[in-house]
Design a protein around this ligand. Structure first.
Ligand code: NG6
Ligand code: CA
Length: 513
């Protein structure tokens, strides 16, 4: 079934015809790996002018592939960004897609056609490894973590999954492998609540002396696991509890195992790292190699994971025909709730590069993210691209790549922009839509950015020192001037009107690119 699909569709587009009688030696469509970092900002990588941390493995992908300078996530936080990317539907269309608790029920419902379904139906082996943050089980708060979860990633097209339910700062602090707690410890049954603490379990807010690995700066003062306070309450776990310092090793090992197991057939792997999200507690061997403390160390650890995956591909002879897309779910934050000195030690490192704002915000650093595409078989020349692109289009671009036909209604907001992503088409996406933490939407064109009005505060209120970009009146920024300093809405009412019309049409689903 697999080979028929692969030979029959799409694949031929990219390959020289085989001479008659020549044995087909090589898999035709590429393996596809999404390396999706967490909270990695536009200016965090060395190849994006990050000056205080070395990222040789990512640099190499960039210098032998395409490095995008105008690529956008759909939202400035994790859950909506991931929801949109995996479903091809803007998260703001769907209630319940904001930053999810660790005991959220499955946010992408099983009947939804995901990008993993698409790869699977085209004969690919599929895997999700690392951070999930899109809910598990049928209903919020009703999971039994001691039994197989009735609704998990297998229902969304992933043959294999080894994931963290939400984030490292949210309970449950265990890996879930194919819907069951990995290394389950029957002597320590797991209970999770986001409402009330469990009797007898010490909390971070009352027991600072137990926070021997990291102290919190705001929030994160509930359950204590591995000497670190978390969001949410948890009991049990025993041997299954993760050690934060081993998370990168653990997910990278599972990713490499998956690659090895599928070296002879096409695979799609969504490799979502915990780096550089809080709590930042990288392994000892990545520490102290940069002047920025734990946040810098987490970037070094991320780079290491990337290097391990590339090495594994090389050793298995898969490197040439594997398409890697490396990016981030949203922009950067320094202090996101732990006393890791990210702010104090940043020095002149600008995690958002020259862009204004950061994680959570409507300003550009919230959603303009690093994006690197590397596929040795097809991308021969190193390129730096200024083409306007959005992660919402990965879905239909990948469909084009592998010749998949999507069912009606699938990926409604995604467009095939494969040419952009492979560097053959330099036409900008006419616009991209970006969502801030309070659901304020922006329309970004090559030259302009319109941020709709919002009643929200001008600074994030729950800890991080980040400008939100929320303003009572609509804002218009000339993006040729880079950093959104001067609201030009009054000077250019016709442009404001044009961008408002785009937003209205997109909201009403009356648009076409
Ligand atoms: C916030 C957390 C923050 C982080 C974020 C989600 C507090 C005070 N802050 O609510 O630490 O977990 O949610 O980040 O709890 S994201 O990258 O997964 O969207
Ligand atoms: Ca994130």
């Amino acid at each position: 079934m697999k080979s028929t699909t692969l030979l029959g569709l799409g694949a031929s587009v990219f390959l020289p015809c085989l001479a008659f009688g020549q044995k087909e030696a090589k898999q035709q469509t590429p393996n596809v790996i999404f390396i999706y970092a967490d909270d990695l900002g536009y200016g965090d990588l060395q190849c994006y002018d990050g000056t205080r941390v070395e990222t040789p493995n990512v640099n190499k992908l960039a210098s032998t592939g395409i490095r995008f300078q105008n690529a956008h996530a759909t939202a400035s936080t994790s859950t909506p960004s991931r929801y949109s990317m995996l479903t091809g539907e803007y998260a703001w269309r769907k209630a319940g897609t904001d930053i999810a608790a660790g005991n959220a029920g499955m946010i992408i419902r099983p009947e939804r056609y995901t990008i993993a379904d698409m790869f699977k139906n085209s004969g690919y082996a599929t895997a999700a490894i690392g951070k999930w943050h899109l809910g598990l089980g049928d209903k919020d708060g009703e999971q039994d973590w001691n039994a197989p979860l009735p609704t998990a990633l297998g229902d969304l097209g992933f043959d294999y999954s080894y994931i963290m339910a939400a984030t490292a700062d949210r309970v449950p602090c265990v890996f879930i492998e194919n819907g069951c707690v990995a290394n389950y410890d029957p002597s320590a049954p797991i209970e999770v609540s986001y409402k009330a603490p469990f009797e007898g379990e010490p909390l971070g807010k009352d027991h600072p002396e137990l926070l021997y690995n990291l102290k919190h700066s705001h929030g994160h003062d509930m359950a204590i696991v591995n000497g670190i306070g978390r969001i949410g309450y948890m009991k049990g776990g025993g041997k299954a509890l993760w050690k934060d310092e081993n998370i990168a090793d653990s997910i990278t090992t599972h990713a490499i195992d998956f690659i090895k197991q599928h070296k002879d057939n096409p695979f799609f792997m969504y490799f979502a790292t915990n780096d550089v999200h809080v709590p930042r507690f990288p392994h000892e061997r990545f520490r102290g190699k940069n002047p920025m403390g734990l946040r810098g160390d987490a970037i070094v650890q991320f780079d290491w994971s990337v290097g391990q995956i590339v090495d594994a591909l090389e050793k298995l002879g898969l490197r040439e025909n594997t398409l890697i897309i490396l990016s981030s779910d949203n922009g950067p934050v320094l202090d996101d709730g732990y006393d890791d000195q990210a702010e104090e030690l940043a020095g002149d490192h600008k995690p958002g590069g020259p862009l204004r704002g950061g994680k959570y915000s409507a300003f550009e650093a919230g959603t303009r993210i690093p994006a690197i595409v590397n596929w040795p078989d097809r991308i021969k020349k190193s390129q730096v691209s200024d083409v306007l692109v959005s992660q919402i289009d990965w879905f239909r671009s990948m469909a084009e790549l592998i010749g998949a036909t999507l069912p009606k209604g699938a990926a409604p907001d995604s467009y095939n922009r494969l040419g952009n992503w492979l560097g053959t088409d330099k036409t900008d996406r006419p616009w991209v839509i970006e969502q801030a933490n309070d659901h304020t939407l922006s329309v970004r064109t090559k030259d302009w950015k319109y941020i709709e009005s919002s009643d929200g505060p001008s600074m994030i209120q729950f800890g991080p020192k980040i400008e939100t970009g929320y303003q009572k009146a609509p804002a218009l920024y000339d993006m040729r001037k880079v950093n959104e300093q001067e609201n030009e809405a009054e000077a250019h009412p016709e442009i404001v009107y044009r961008l408002q019309e785009i937003l209205k049409d997109v909201r009403n689903r009356h648009y076409k690119l």
